[in-house]
Design a protein around this ligand. Structure first.
Ligand code: NAD
Ligand code: IPM
Ligand code: MN
Length: 363
């Protein structure tokens, strides 16, 4: 039996994971994948019940499971808690506790959504890029960190941006290998002109390059990369970068696909054990109103099937069902365009499940 732990989290998390779980159940049955699911608490939902964002029981269940599906964590209710007890620490604790250092964030524009993007259709049509984000190091985890009081009584906040060569090398290899399987182009994003940590980052990427002669490596500063993503995003194939730059650039890339509600992600360890989650957050502004787009989470299930379970047919069936539903003009509010039918979170889940079951019964 393959074990999947579902962690709905906060805000829209429970709504979107419910729909994604229905999709997972449908392919599990049809393809006889032998997946069993179990639910757990993380983030604010865990704080409310246990007082901490990542209960030991959740970390233990995550460690024992073969893959994890996470909704999102965080929200105004918990925003004033001290840093160590915030919902986001639950997510960060899972990432570091499970050593999920490789975060893959593909930004693919479904042609049906060319009008939904805030950019001109010709700029985004055919877009298919992959952001490889280092996820367990960098300024997110560097020590020392904190807020201290100086001698004159003024307070100072500080974090440490640090990467060791081995951390850079392992994410670099993931990115080079991904580029080999895709268009053969890798752009490493850094701030080599200002930050020593990224001088080392660039040096390690350059050192790896000869081992991957079929990949063309280039480098770009992060500020330019943000601009280029909006100016001419199709110049990119695979982008590799550190934790914080990757966080920012992936939200930017999300908008190219029409909505942040479309972007899935996989966070993998060295053995392809993974946690799968949408790139977006808990969207407190629309939570509990059946407004959230569940497709990023549904597509995260597809990434799970591909990366953790090698169930390529099941993954492709989900992607095809999503595409068919978009062809039918079914849209949540975030990707709505003229002449389309507006639906809610549940309605989108219904449409994908219906399409999936219909397509599978025809095979
Ligand atoms: P957010 O991604 O939650 O929301 C940004 C905007 O995008 C909002 O207007 C929201 O309504 C919209 N949006 C997001 N997902 C959507 C979806 N599926 N369908 C339609 N619209 C969607 O980012 P934020 O507002 O900066 O953060 C809210 C909370 O989420 C914070 O507590 C933050 O820490 C947390 N967060 C969690 C994760 C995660 O769990 N992986 C990621 C990002 C932010
Ligand atoms: C993401 C989120 C997280 C991050 C937060 C919620 C800790 O923004 O997954 O992109 O910054 O990594
Ligand atoms: Mn983010």
């Amino acid at each position: 039996m393959k074990k999947v732990l579902i962690l709905p989290g906060d805000g829209i998390g429970p709504e979107i994971t419910t729909q994604a779980e229905r999709v997972l159940d449908a392919v599990n049955q049809h393809f006889n994948l032998g997946i069993s699911t179990q639910h757990g608490l993380v983030g604010g939902a865990a704080i409310d019940v246990t007082g901490v964002p990542l209960p030991g029981e959740t970390l233990a269940a995550a460690t024992e499971s073969d893959a994890i599906l996470l909704g999102a964590v965080g929200g105004p209710k918990w925003d004033n808690l001290e840093m160590a007890l915030r919902p986001e620490k639950g997510l960060l604790g899972l990432r570091s506790g499970l050593e999920l250092f490789a975060n893959l964030r593909p930004a693919i524009l479904y042609p049906q959504l060319a009008d939904a993007s805030s950019l001109k259709p010709e700029i985004v049509s055919g877009l298919d890029i992959l952001i490889v984000r280092e996820l367990t190091g960098g300024i997110y985890f560097g020590q020392p960190r904190g807020i201290r009081t100086l001698n004159d009584g003024e307070r100072q906040g500080y974090n440490t941006y640090v990467y060791s060569e081995s951390e850079i090398e392992r994410i670099g290899r993931v990115a080079f290998e991904a580029a080999q399987k895709r268009g053969g182009k890798l752009c490493s994003i850094d701030k080599h002109n200002v930050l020593e940590v990224t001088v080392l980052w660039r040096e390690v990427m350059d050192r790896l390059a000869p081992e991957y002669p079929d990949v063309q490596l280039s480098h770009m500063y992060v500020d330019n990369a943000a601009m280029q993503l909006v100016r001419a995003p199709k110049q990119f194939d695979v982008m590799v970068t550190g934790n914080m730059f990757g966080d920012i650039l992936s939200d930017c890339a999300a908008m190219l696909t029409g909505s942040i509600g479309m972007l899935p992600s996989a966070s993998l360890d060295a053995n392809n054990k993974g946690m799968y989650e949408p790139v977006h957050g808990s969207a407190p502004d629309i939570a509990g109103q059946d407004l959230a787009n569940p497709l990023a989470t549904i597509l995260s299930v597809s990434m799970m099937l591909r990366y953790s379970f090698g169930a390529v047919d099941a993954a492709a069936a989900i992607e095809q069902a999503v595409s068919s539903v978009l062809n039918q003009g079914v849209r949540t509010g975030d990707i709505l365009s003229e002449g389309c039918e507006k639906t809610g979170t549940r309605g989108m889940g219904d449409a994908v499940v219906k399409e999936l079951i219909q397509a599978l019964s025809e095979v």
